[in-house]
Design a protein around this ligand. Structure first.
Ligand SMILES: NC(=O)C1=CN([C@@H]2O[C@H](COP(=O)(O)OP(=O)(O)OC[C@H]3O[C@@H](n4cnc5c(N)ncnc54)[C@H](OP(=O)(O)O)[C@@H]3O)[C@@H](O)[C@H]2O)C=CC1
Ligand SMILES: O=C([O-])CC(=O)C(=O)O
Length: 442
């Protein structure tokens, strides 16, 4: 991990409130609700007051000089007093090109864990500088400034820019990754169909914005629930972006399943591999113990209590989120952030030989007979280039087939319910009383 020792220039400014510490970006269209933090360079020019040490193959962007001194802004404070020339940085050969990452719901609980992992280099690596583009709302704009201040105070060498804003058409400009977390939680007495509609509108708008302003190869990870159908809405509203680039987060379910199997088998959880979550991130999800392995052996050979696998294990994974809410009084945030890290790392690092990971992906062309046009969790592998391939030869027995069909039926019902948001006609909501729930709703 790159380390930095920062000695911030003294400021004569008396404006020490949070707004004065936020710098406006000159390269972006500005609005009252779009603010830009430009973080200090990793190495600075000899005359600057910063001294940093970073990984060997990293080279610093060039601090803008004026009369041999690093240029400062009168109204700035602390580390934000230095200006540097991003164009010069782009020309630097040995420094990886900055990547732009958007996070929505950035003032929420999951983000509060995630952003600091992203900024630390734990996700994209210790030689990958990043810019964070944080999307909030009128509700959260103050809180978002607080988040940005904490990011400043963390002195992450790899974190080069922080933008905050409320307009997805501004915040998503040129982003290469979009992690969509912000969504309305289901309140008491609220129908699931209402939730699908309210959140669906958020994801329809964000899909349109990504389509218009994001990098054409942006990778999108939808976390906000109901995440599979929200991801479907998002991709249907972004026809210029390959549908394959959209994911719904089911990695938390995979991690939960691995943990339960490890506990039962009395092994450490790194011994569990090939764990597929099939279907919806809901209580119909199917944690696949048929194809999972412990120490390279089929789970059913290691855990001979097959009744537990079919009932206890399956239900414990499906309802883990609910149990956690009972204990914690709020839904999983830290472990969700960790699972987002895992999900992204699985796309940017090669999958270990013989293994796979689970992610909710668009079903077109799948070999398992799952209805096309859904976002469905399936086993995938990656070469580490941000893309993935489905694993195509996973065995499905009658037990799995029946349960997978139930999750598929649920997703089809959700899809009918949001047809008005996917451009597929008039919505028809037939989510019945046995309609399944988010993991956290049980
Ligand atoms: N897929 C998965 O595995 C998991 C998914 N989740 C889901 O992630 C989402 C975020 O969880 P978490 O960070 O804990 O939630 P928080 O309540 O802490 O934050 C959610 C954010 O959503 C935004 N939001 C958007 N629209 C609304 C609205 N209409 N009303 C209220 N808030 C809104 C708010 O930000 P702002 O005001 O800035 O828009 C808020 O900060 C939830 O949908 C949750 O169900 C949670 C755990 C696991
Ligand atoms: O239901 C929720 O909001 C939380 C959730 O998705 C989970 O814990 O898996």
């Amino acid at each position: 991990m790159a380390m930095a020792e920062l000695s911030a220039p003294k400021t004569t400014s008396t404006f020490l409130n949070s707004s004065s510490r936020l710098r406006l970006s000159s390269k972006l269209h500005l609005s009252n609700h779009f603010r830009h933090l430009l973080l200090p360079p990793l190495h600075t020019a000899p005359n600057s007051k910063f001294s940093c040490s970073v990984s060997q193959n990293s080279q610093a962007p060039v601090a803008v000089q004026e009369n041999g001194l690093a240029k400062t802004k009168k109204e700035c404070y602390g580390v934000f007093c230095l200006t540097y020339d991003l164009k010069a940085e782009e020309q630097t050969k040995s420094w990886k090109k900055l990547i732009n990452i958007a996070v929505s719901g950035a003032a929420g609980m999951i983000s509060n864990h995630l952003l600091f992992k992203l900024a630390s280099g734990a996700v994209f690596g210790p030689d990958q500088p990043i810019a964070l583009k944080l999307l909030g709302s009128e509700r959260s704009i103050q809180a978002l400034e607080g988040v940005a201040m904490e990011l400043e105070d963390s002195l992450f060498p790899l974190l080069r820019e922080v933008d905050i804003g409320t307009d997805p058409y501004e915040v998503f400009q040129d982003v290469e990754w979009a992690i969509l977390i912000g969504a309305k939680p289901r309140g008491p007495g609220m129908e699931r169909a209402d939730l699908l509609d309210i959140n669906g509108q958020i994801f329809a708008e964000q899909g349109k914005a990504l389509n218009k302003v994001a990098s054409p190869d942006v990778k999108v990870l939808v976390v906000g629930n109901p995440c599979n159908t929200n991801a479907l809405i998002c991709l249907k509203n972004a026809p210029n972006i390959p549908a394959k680039n959209f994911h719904a987060l089911t990695r938390l379910d995979e991690n939960r399943a691995k943990c339960q199997l490890a506990l039962k088998a009395g092994v450490f959880y790194d011994k569990v591999s090939n764990m597929t979550i099939w279907g919806n991130h809901s209580t119909t999800q199917v944690p696949d113990f048929l194809n999972a392995k412990i120490n390279g052996l089929p789970v059913k050979e290691v855990i001979t209590d097959h009744k537990w696998l079919e009932e206890g294990f399956t239900e414990s994974v499906q309802k883990r989120g609910g149990l956690l809410i009972q204990k914690w009084g709020r839904s999983s945030a830290a472990s969700t952030a960790v699972s987002i890290v895992d999900a992204i790392k699985s796309l940017v690092t090669p999958t270990p030989e013989g293994d796979w990971f689970s992610t909710g992906v668009y079903t077109d062309g799948n070999p398992y007979g799952i209805e096309e046009g859904l976002v469905f969790s399936m086993p995938c592998r990656s070469k580490g280039d941000g893309d993935y391939e489905l694993v195509k030869d996973v065995e499905i027995d009658d037990y799995l087939r029946k349960r997978i069909a139930k999750s598929e039926a649920e997703l089809l019902a959700e899809k009918r319910c949001v047809a008005h948001l996917t451009g597929e006609g008039i919505a028809y909501c037939d989510l019945g009383p046995v309609d399944t729930m988010l993991p956290g709703e049980v």
